[in-house]
Design a protein around this ligand. Structure first.
Ligand code: FES
Length: 96
């Protein structure tokens, strides 16, 4: 599969849909597109870039031990993911 293949990220609240290459992380694209999202470290440390995944959770990279640790530290829910290092492998809908 080409690195340039892209998938659709649906933003539930705004109704926008972004095309995101499988090579890019979600947070970078949200920032580029001017979508309002909280973030700080951009390195899976602060937990501020969390979003709630509504559909397509299986189309996201598997959660790493590091992300799991930050989610626990920040009391994030099971369906929340940190977007700063998160890549897609299929279409996803998030609450944003
Ligand atoms: S911006 Fe800090 S964990 Fe993603």
């Amino acid at each position: 599969m080409s690195l340039f293949k892209s998938f659709k990220l649906h933003l539930k609240k705004s109704g926008e849909t972004l095309n995101i290459s499988k090579a890019r992380n979600i947070l970078d694209v949200l920032i580029e597109e001017g979508i309002e999202i909280d973030y700080a470290c951009q390195n899976v440390f602060c937990g501020r870039c969390a979003v709630t995944v509504l559909e397509g959770a299986d189309n996201l990279e598997l959660i790493s031990a590091l992300e799991e640790d930050v989610k626990i530290k920040c009391n994030l829910g099971e369906n929340q993911r940190l977007t700063c290092k998160l890549r897609m492998k299929g279409d996803v809908t998030i609450e944003l």
